[in-house]
Design a protein around this ligand. Structure first.
Ligand code: ADP
Length: 261
């Protein structure tokens, strides 16, 4: 039995197909989010990769910021629950999840069964989200994929004192004009995001068995800055950006089992 999970985010669209709720047989990530052709492309790619088609799917569940725009799904589940289940599937020992996406950041506590116990969220401000990093990468004139590796070579990370994205952008421009090393600015940007997100994580109590999900987890500079701020290791699975879609495919599997009873 095959089930499909789709995560329509603010900046990217992800899809994942599971066989019998156990094995990932297809996965796609497209850097275009809700309101674009991103969801359609993500579907086309996941079917191409798996050699399956929509008619092979027993159940389809959609999650993410743009989930209401999907008409062909059998149901919708919140991103929080989907990331919890997705990370539990990928990294079963994890109990604290930090999910940083394109326009929000969340900290989740989950049970041994991967159920959501508590959460904290920032969806009011771009600071501490992927958007902040995307803006800063643009100012530094580097691709977002390069920002993490670049910051790993920092000698004297700068302090970015403004949390507001607009003021922080001016601060970065001023550092650039003072000829500060770009590596040191990149590290300062990561430290600023990590500090903000760590504050949110700590509101859930002392973190244990931590992992990151979402696209920002692909940024090694942020992962290391989070480890320094939290004082503990932070795990990252290579499918971290697909955790929500995988979680949605697990919910779809459970729903398809209910239908069969
Ligand atoms: P959403 O689900 O909200 O659309 P994602 O979880 O897909 O967001 O995360 C998108 C963010 O991930 C982008 O804003 C970007 O900062 C970051 N990102 C995506 N790909 C990479 C990469 N290869 N390296 C570093 N950061 C990345």
């Amino acid at each position: 039995m095959y089930t499909l999970g789709i995560d329509i985010g603010s900046t990217s669209s992800k899809a994942a197909i599971l066989q019998d709720g156990k094995m990932i047989v297809g996965r796609s990530v497209v850097s275009l989010g809700t309101g674009t052709i991103g969801p359609e492309q993500a579907l086309r790619q996941v079917f191409f990769e798996s050699g399956l088609s929509q008619s092979d799917m027993d159940c389809i569940i959609v999650t993410g910021y743009g989930r209401m725009s999907c008409e062909y799904a059998d149901g919708q589940v919140s991103e929080l629950s989907c990331h919890a289940r997705g990370i539990h599937f990928l990294l079963p020992d994890v109990r604290t999840i930090i999910d940083i996406g394109g326009q929000d950041a969340k900290a989740l506590k989950i049970s041994e069964q991967g159920q959501l116990i508590a959460f904290q969220m920032n969806d009011k401000c771009a600071a501490g989200t992927g958007r902040f990093l995307d803006v800063m990468a643009k100012v530094l004139n580097v691709d977002i994929c390069e920002l993490g590796p670049l910051s790993e070579h920092a000698q004297n990370p700068v302090t970015i004192s403004n949390t507001c994205t607009v003021f922080a952008e001016s601060e970065v421009i001023s550092q650039l004009s003072s000829k500060t090393a770009i590596e040191d600015i990149a590290a300062g940007i990561h430290n600023s995001v990590a500090k903000r997100v760590a504050g949110m994580v700590m509101r859930l109590g002392r973190p244990s068995a931590v992992a990151m999900s979402g696209g920002v987890a692909l940024n090694i500079g942020i992962v290391h800055a989070m480890e320094r701020e939290l004082g503990c290791p932070v795990q990252v699975h290579r499918f971290c950006q697909s955790a929500g879609a995988i979680g949605a495919a697990i919910f779809a599997w459970e729903k398809s089992l209910e239908k069969k009873v």
